[in-house]
Ligand binder design. Structure first.
Ligand SMILES: [Zn+2]
Length: 275
Protein backbone atom coordinates (compact mmCIF):
# COMPACT_ATOMS: atom_id res chain seq x y z
CA UNK A 1 0.00 0.00 0.00
CA UNK A 2 1.05 3.62 -0.39
CA UNK A 3 2.66 5.10 2.72
CA UNK A 4 3.22 8.81 3.32
CA UNK A 5 5.79 9.87 5.90
CA UNK A 6 4.71 12.93 7.91
CA UNK A 7 6.60 15.00 10.45
CA UNK A 8 3.86 16.10 12.82
CA UNK A 9 5.94 18.13 15.23
CA UNK A 10 9.47 19.51 14.98
CA UNK A 11 11.29 19.91 18.29
CA UNK A 12 14.45 21.97 18.72
CA UNK A 13 16.20 21.30 22.07
CA UNK A 14 19.60 22.87 22.72
CA UNK A 15 22.92 21.10 22.13
CA UNK A 16 22.70 19.75 18.61
CA UNK A 17 25.93 17.74 18.71
CA UNK A 18 24.84 15.89 21.86
CA UNK A 19 21.32 15.21 20.55
CA UNK A 20 21.71 14.70 16.77
CA UNK A 21 25.35 13.56 16.86
CA UNK A 22 26.34 16.20 14.26
CA UNK A 23 26.93 19.96 14.12
CA UNK A 24 27.85 22.18 17.02
CA UNK A 25 26.92 21.99 20.66
CA UNK A 26 25.79 25.64 20.35
CA UNK A 27 23.22 24.98 17.62
CA UNK A 28 19.70 23.82 18.31
CA UNK A 29 19.02 20.16 17.60
CA UNK A 30 16.25 18.96 15.32
CA UNK A 31 13.91 16.17 16.29
CA UNK A 32 10.76 15.14 14.44
CA UNK A 33 7.53 13.30 15.22
CA UNK A 34 7.63 10.76 12.40
CA UNK A 35 4.15 9.43 11.58
CA UNK A 36 2.92 7.21 8.76
CA UNK A 37 -0.23 7.74 6.73
CA UNK A 38 -1.11 4.50 4.95
CA UNK A 39 -3.70 4.15 2.19
CA UNK A 40 -5.17 0.79 3.26
CA UNK A 41 -8.03 -1.36 1.96
CA UNK A 42 -10.05 0.01 4.88
CA UNK A 43 -9.48 3.73 4.49
CA UNK A 44 -6.58 5.81 5.71
CA UNK A 45 -4.60 4.61 8.72
CA UNK A 46 -2.45 7.02 10.67
CA UNK A 47 0.42 5.60 12.72
CA UNK A 48 0.98 7.97 15.67
CA UNK A 49 -0.38 11.51 15.65
CA UNK A 50 2.36 13.80 17.00
CA UNK A 51 1.35 17.20 18.33
CA UNK A 52 -2.30 18.17 17.76
CA UNK A 53 -4.23 21.40 17.23
CA UNK A 54 -5.46 21.45 20.86
CA UNK A 55 -1.85 21.20 22.08
CA UNK A 56 -0.92 24.17 19.90
CA UNK A 57 -3.91 26.16 21.23
CA UNK A 58 -2.84 25.51 24.84
CA UNK A 59 0.83 24.48 24.80
CA UNK A 60 1.07 24.50 28.58
CA UNK A 61 -1.11 21.40 28.72
CA UNK A 62 1.96 19.62 27.34
CA UNK A 63 3.79 20.55 30.54
CA UNK A 64 5.89 23.65 31.18
CA UNK A 65 9.11 21.67 31.66
CA UNK A 66 8.57 19.50 28.58
CA UNK A 67 7.90 22.57 26.40
CA UNK A 68 10.97 24.36 27.76
CA UNK A 69 13.27 21.39 27.16
CA UNK A 70 11.90 20.07 23.86
CA UNK A 71 11.09 23.46 22.30
CA UNK A 72 8.33 22.19 19.98
CA UNK A 73 7.74 24.43 16.97
CA UNK A 74 3.93 24.33 17.50
CA UNK A 75 3.13 25.08 13.85
CA UNK A 76 -0.47 24.12 12.91
CA UNK A 77 0.72 23.29 9.37
CA UNK A 78 2.76 20.40 10.85
CA UNK A 79 -0.24 18.71 12.50
CA UNK A 80 -1.39 15.43 11.00
CA UNK A 81 -4.89 16.78 10.37
CA UNK A 82 -3.64 19.73 8.31
CA UNK A 83 -1.21 17.52 6.39
CA UNK A 84 -3.97 15.01 5.62
CA UNK A 85 -6.03 17.90 4.23
CA UNK A 86 -3.05 19.26 2.28
CA UNK A 87 -2.66 15.83 0.64
CA UNK A 88 -6.23 16.18 -0.67
CA UNK A 89 -7.98 13.89 1.83
CA UNK A 90 -10.67 14.66 4.37
CA UNK A 91 -9.84 14.07 8.05
CA UNK A 92 -12.89 11.74 8.06
CA UNK A 93 -11.06 9.50 5.58
CA UNK A 94 -8.75 8.55 8.47
CA UNK A 95 -10.61 5.50 9.78
CA UNK A 96 -7.81 4.16 11.95
CA UNK A 97 -5.30 5.74 14.29
CA UNK A 98 -2.66 3.29 15.52
CA UNK A 99 -0.58 4.45 18.46
CA UNK A 100 2.85 3.17 19.46
CA UNK A 101 2.09 4.48 22.96
CA UNK A 102 0.26 7.35 24.66
CA UNK A 103 3.08 9.81 25.44
CA UNK A 104 2.16 13.43 24.69
CA UNK A 105 4.21 13.72 21.49
CA UNK A 106 2.46 10.66 20.00
CA UNK A 107 -1.19 11.04 21.10
CA UNK A 108 -1.60 14.82 20.73
CA UNK A 109 -3.38 14.59 17.39
CA UNK A 110 -5.92 11.96 18.53
CA UNK A 111 -8.71 14.56 19.12
CA UNK A 112 -8.24 15.86 15.56
CA UNK A 113 -9.66 12.54 14.25
CA UNK A 114 -12.75 12.02 16.44
CA UNK A 115 -14.35 9.49 14.07
CA UNK A 116 -11.33 7.17 13.84
CA UNK A 117 -10.92 3.92 15.72
CA UNK A 118 -7.91 4.32 18.02
CA UNK A 119 -5.73 1.21 18.33
CA UNK A 120 -3.52 0.83 21.39
CA UNK A 121 -2.03 -1.92 23.56
CA UNK A 122 -4.31 -2.73 26.51
CA UNK A 123 -1.56 -2.23 29.07
CA UNK A 124 -0.92 1.28 27.74
CA UNK A 125 -4.63 2.11 28.06
CA UNK A 126 -4.82 0.57 31.54
CA UNK A 127 -1.95 2.79 32.68
CA UNK A 128 -2.47 6.06 30.80
CA UNK A 129 -6.26 6.25 30.59
CA UNK A 130 -7.88 3.92 33.11
CA UNK A 131 -5.22 4.33 35.82
CA UNK A 132 -5.41 0.61 36.65
CA UNK A 133 -1.60 0.65 36.63
CA UNK A 134 -0.25 3.83 38.25
CA UNK A 135 1.82 5.77 35.68
CA UNK A 136 4.84 7.90 36.59
CA UNK A 137 3.74 11.35 37.81
CA UNK A 138 2.92 13.73 34.95
CA UNK A 139 3.75 11.21 32.25
CA UNK A 140 0.46 11.31 30.34
CA UNK A 141 -1.82 14.20 29.28
CA UNK A 142 -5.42 13.15 29.97
CA UNK A 143 -6.79 16.06 27.90
CA UNK A 144 -5.60 14.28 24.76
CA UNK A 145 -8.37 11.66 25.14
CA UNK A 146 -11.02 13.50 27.14
CA UNK A 147 -13.32 13.44 24.06
CA UNK A 148 -13.69 9.66 24.49
CA UNK A 149 -12.08 7.95 21.50
CA UNK A 150 -13.40 4.71 20.03
CA UNK A 151 -10.61 2.51 21.43
CA UNK A 152 -9.51 -0.89 20.15
CA UNK A 153 -7.17 -2.98 22.34
CA UNK A 154 -4.30 -5.38 21.77
CA UNK A 155 -2.45 -7.88 23.93
CA UNK A 156 0.41 -10.28 23.40
CA UNK A 157 0.41 -13.11 20.89
CA UNK A 158 -0.53 -12.90 17.23
CA UNK A 159 1.09 -14.25 14.11
CA UNK A 160 4.79 -14.52 13.38
CA UNK A 161 6.27 -11.51 11.63
CA UNK A 162 10.04 -11.87 11.05
CA UNK A 163 10.33 -13.47 14.49
CA UNK A 164 8.12 -10.89 16.23
CA UNK A 165 4.49 -11.44 17.25
CA UNK A 166 2.02 -9.20 15.44
CA UNK A 167 -1.76 -8.85 15.57
CA UNK A 168 -3.67 -7.74 12.46
CA UNK A 169 -5.15 -4.43 13.54
CA UNK A 170 -7.57 -3.77 10.70
CA UNK A 171 -9.17 -7.21 10.47
CA UNK A 172 -9.65 -9.28 7.35
CA UNK A 173 -10.01 -6.39 4.91
CA UNK A 174 -6.40 -5.38 5.46
CA UNK A 175 -3.94 -8.06 6.53
CA UNK A 176 -0.84 -5.94 6.23
CA UNK A 177 -1.08 -3.64 9.27
CA UNK A 178 0.22 -5.29 12.44
CA UNK A 179 0.53 -4.19 16.07
CA UNK A 180 3.77 -5.61 17.51
CA UNK A 181 4.42 -5.25 21.25
CA UNK A 182 7.84 -3.69 21.96
CA UNK A 183 7.59 -2.79 25.65
CA UNK A 184 10.21 -0.92 27.62
CA UNK A 185 9.92 2.81 26.88
CA UNK A 186 6.40 2.38 28.27
CA UNK A 187 4.79 -0.85 29.44
CA UNK A 188 2.32 -1.03 26.55
CA UNK A 189 4.63 0.31 23.86
CA UNK A 190 4.15 -1.24 20.39
CA UNK A 191 5.73 -1.11 16.99
CA UNK A 192 3.42 -0.96 13.98
CA UNK A 193 4.31 -2.76 10.77
CA UNK A 194 2.78 -1.63 7.47
CA UNK A 195 3.50 -3.29 4.15
CA UNK A 196 4.54 -0.69 1.60
CA UNK A 197 4.92 -1.06 -2.15
CA UNK A 198 8.42 -2.49 -2.14
CA UNK A 199 9.14 -3.28 1.50
CA UNK A 200 7.64 -3.38 4.96
CA UNK A 201 7.95 -0.32 7.18
CA UNK A 202 8.20 -1.02 10.90
CA UNK A 203 7.39 2.12 12.86
CA UNK A 204 9.21 1.34 16.11
CA UNK A 205 8.00 4.43 17.98
CA UNK A 206 10.33 5.18 20.88
CA UNK A 207 11.77 1.65 21.06
CA UNK A 208 14.99 3.41 20.08
CA UNK A 209 15.81 7.08 19.47
CA UNK A 210 18.79 7.14 17.11
CA UNK A 211 19.60 5.37 13.82
CA UNK A 212 23.09 4.52 15.13
CA UNK A 213 21.55 2.29 17.79
CA UNK A 214 20.65 -0.27 15.12
CA UNK A 215 24.17 -0.48 13.71
CA UNK A 216 26.35 -3.53 14.49
CA UNK A 217 28.50 -1.28 16.72
CA UNK A 218 25.78 0.90 18.28
CA UNK A 219 26.23 4.66 18.66
CA UNK A 220 24.20 7.12 20.70
CA UNK A 221 24.73 10.87 21.29
CA UNK A 222 25.19 11.63 24.98
CA UNK A 223 22.20 13.86 25.76
CA UNK A 224 19.83 11.81 23.58
CA UNK A 225 20.93 8.77 25.57
CA UNK A 226 19.97 10.65 28.74
CA UNK A 227 16.52 11.47 27.31
CA UNK A 228 16.13 7.81 26.44
CA UNK A 229 17.06 6.52 29.90
CA UNK A 230 14.85 9.12 31.59
CA UNK A 231 11.87 7.87 29.56
CA UNK A 232 12.41 4.18 30.35
CA UNK A 233 9.68 2.40 32.28
CA UNK A 234 11.34 -1.01 31.93
CA UNK A 235 14.96 -0.63 30.83
CA UNK A 236 15.73 -4.33 30.67
CA UNK A 237 12.87 -5.03 28.28
CA UNK A 238 13.64 -1.89 26.24
CA UNK A 239 17.23 -3.08 25.77
CA UNK A 240 16.09 -6.59 24.91
CA UNK A 241 13.75 -5.28 22.21
CA UNK A 242 16.48 -2.98 20.87
CA UNK A 243 18.73 -6.03 20.43
CA UNK A 244 15.91 -7.80 18.57
CA UNK A 245 15.45 -4.78 16.27
CA UNK A 246 19.19 -4.68 15.58
CA UNK A 247 19.08 -8.37 14.65
CA UNK A 248 16.01 -7.76 12.45
CA UNK A 249 17.84 -5.04 10.56
CA UNK A 250 20.95 -7.20 10.11
CA UNK A 251 18.95 -10.18 8.82
CA UNK A 252 16.08 -8.51 6.93
CA UNK A 253 17.16 -4.91 6.23
CA UNK A 254 16.38 -5.38 2.54
CA UNK A 255 12.76 -6.33 3.28
CA UNK A 256 11.99 -4.16 6.30
CA UNK A 257 12.65 -0.44 6.75
CA UNK A 258 12.78 0.24 10.51
CA UNK A 259 12.12 3.79 11.68
CA UNK A 260 11.72 5.43 15.06
CA UNK A 261 9.66 8.48 15.97
CA UNK A 262 12.14 11.26 16.52
CA UNK A 263 15.23 10.67 14.38
CA UNK A 264 15.51 13.32 11.62
CA UNK A 265 18.02 11.23 9.62
CA UNK A 266 15.59 8.33 9.26
CA UNK A 267 12.71 10.70 8.58
CA UNK A 268 14.58 12.54 5.80
CA UNK A 269 15.54 9.19 4.26
CA UNK A 270 11.87 8.15 4.13
CA UNK A 271 10.20 11.46 3.32
CA UNK A 272 10.87 11.12 -0.40
CA UNK A 273 7.94 8.67 -0.24
CA UNK A 274 9.50 5.67 -1.91
CA UNK A 275 7.91 2.94 0.25
ZN1 LIG B 1 8.31 10.19 21.87
Amino acid sequence: MRIHHLNTGTMCPIGRRLVNGTGSIFQRARMVCHCLLAETNDGLALVDTGIGLDDIKSPMRLGRKWVRQCKPRLDPAETAVQQVTALGFSPDDVRHVLLTHLDRDHAGGVPDFPKAKVHVHRTEYDMAVAGRIVPPEGRYIAGQWQHGPDWSFYGEGGEDWFGFAGVRALGDREADVLMIPLPGHTLGHCGIAVRGRDKWVLHAGDAYFFHGELEPVPRMPFVLGMFQRRGDMDRKRRRGNLARLRALKAAHGAEVEIVNSHDPVEYDRCACGRH
